[in-house]
Design a binder for this molecule. Structure first.
Ligand code: PXG
Ligand code: PLP
Length: 440
């Protein structure tokens, strides 16, 4: 590799321990199917499918072809007051795949932008209906909603908030998280205990008056924090309380959409319909950055009033509906359908859960959690060095075992390809066991 130290030093990596990383950088130079190629020439199996992004595998030929054709045909066009044919086509494909009643979508470039857009749409929606006093937003402890100011304000990942705590947006409350190892450790799929935690929303409605609350945002399955599936009955209860008080329910499906939990959307899988859905990642299979906010008809319709020459929502990104991203999205959605990917993902769940839970007996392991093709293995922190076991496992997998797994502190996370071979999943967890055997 001919990259210089100056170049390496120049790059400030996101969500990475930069000084430690730069001592021995893990650099990826190629990707194909289920494998990466590293800068030292190794073929490495990707057990995280990108960053939850690339469920179809890397460089899917149909998506590559669509992107190449589009970038040569039209690289960019203005997205305000004009748009590309591709953005319109993708909007059509997306609402076709979405649950009934979600017939409109707004494009962004990431999940973080989708979240902030959804929060603004929620506030704007109530204003258009002369309920502008509904300003409070409710998130949840341990929630991840990206890194923009709105997203970290409703989010509940303490490290992502603490440096900015004085500058978060006002008027936000948090529901309690649903992690309850005492009752639910080693649950397979949805834990039995914890539906009552949704009733905290009723308490907040009593405190503030439900009529002052604009929206509640949750991940149907909390991902980034280390996989917390919703307790049985929890999402249903949230929906019920939102209905009682006229509060919008936003599902942040940046991870859970597009097959990750065996259905087009988490809303479909759980049979609980939110009012707004945020997506990104799998929308383009990670090939070109893009996010989308899907809204129910009532929400879009509420904005469509006033003089017709006037802008209804003062919001948008230079790259909203970018034609090359949209081309990638159209192709990805086509492949999901043509290759029966969501059905494949659903069929793989049992095998994945078995393989993941095979680590439950390991001395370092204190919990295993899963839903769909999302899995977490939580290790006990090494006394005095929380996070050390997790990052050591990640590095040993990468350098010694040619395997990419992701760690958040001491929790190893797994996001297998939606079209994984069962044997590769088996092998992944045999390897992980071998690696955690070597940890102090
Ligand atoms: N909402 C949710 C639910 C997410 O999971 C975002 C918003 C933000 O999306 P962008 O595209 O702005 O990153 C996410 C992203 C991990 C991990 O290791 C998770 C995410 C991103 C990177 C790593 O779990 N989630
Ligand atoms: N900053 C400046 C000075 C800009 O002109 C723009 C967009 O025109 C932005 C920020 C926002 O960029 P984006 O639309 O890519 O989010």
């Amino acid at each position: 590799m001919s990259l210089s130290n100056r170049q390496l030093e120049a790059y400030w990596l996101p969500f990475t321990a930069n000084r430690d990383f730069k001592k021995k950088p893990r650099v990826i130079t190629g990707a194909s199917g289920h494998y990466y190629t590293t800068s030292d020439g190794r073929r490495v199996y990707d057990a995280f499918s990108g960053l939850w992004t690339s469920g179809l595998g890397h460089c899917h030929p149909k998506i590559v072809e669509a992107v190449q054709a589009q970038v040569a045909r039209m690289d960019y066009c203005m997205g305000f007051q004009a748009t590309s044919d591709k953005a319109i086509e993708l909007a059509g494909s997306l609402v076709e795949m979405a649950p009934d009643g979600f017939n409109h979508c707004f494009f962004t470039n990431s999940g973080s932008e989708a979240v902030d857009t959804a929060l603004k749409i929620s506030l704007g929606y109530h204003r258009t209906r002369s309920e502008g006093h509904r300003t409070r937003l409710i998130g949840r402890e341990r929630g991840y909603h990206g890194v923009n100011f709105g997203g970290i304000s409703v989010g509940g990942m303490a490290p992502n908030r603490k440096a900015f705590s004085a500058n978060l947006i006002p008027g936000v409350d948090h529901l309690p998280h649903t992690h309850d190892p005492e009752h639910n450790a080693f649950s397979r799929g949805q834990p039995e205990h914890g539906a009552h935690l949704a009733e905290e929303l009723e308490r907040l409605a009593a405190l503030h008056d439900g009529g002052n609350i604009a929206a509640v945002i949750v991940e149907p399955v909390a991902g980034s924090t280390g996989i917390l599936p919703p307790p049985v009955g929890y999402l249903e209860k949230l929906r019920e309380i939102c209905d009682r008080h006229g509060i919008l329910l936003v599902f942040d499906e940046v991870i859970t959409a597009f097959g990750r939990i065996g259905a087009p959307f988490g809303a479909d899988r759980f049979g609980v319909m939110p009012d707004i859905i945020t997506t990104a990642k799998g929308l383009t299979n990670g090939v070109i950055p893009m996010g989308a906010v899907l809204v129910r008809d009532e929400i879009y319709d509420a904005f469509m009033q006033g003089p017709e020459h006037m802008i209804e929502l003062f919001h948008g990104y230079t790259y909203s509906g970018h034609p090359v991203a949209a081309a990638a999205g159209i192709a990805a959605l086509q492949v999901y359908g043509d290759e029966g990917i969501f059905e494949q993902a659903l069929a793989l769940e049992g095998h994945f859960a078995d393989a993941l839970h095979s680590l439950a007996d390991h001395e370092h392991v204190i919990d295993v959690r899963n839903f769909g093709l999302m899995g977490a293995v939580e290790m006990a922190p090494r006394p005095g060095a929380p996070g050390a076991r997790g990052i050591e496992a990640h590095k040993r997998c990468f350098w010694d075992e040619d395997l990419v797994v992701r760690n958040g502190m001491d929790t190893l996370q797994f996001s297998p390809f939606l079209n994984s071979k069962p044997g590769d999943i088996t092998k992944t967890f045999e390897t992980v066991r071998r690696v955690i055997d070597t940890l102090d």
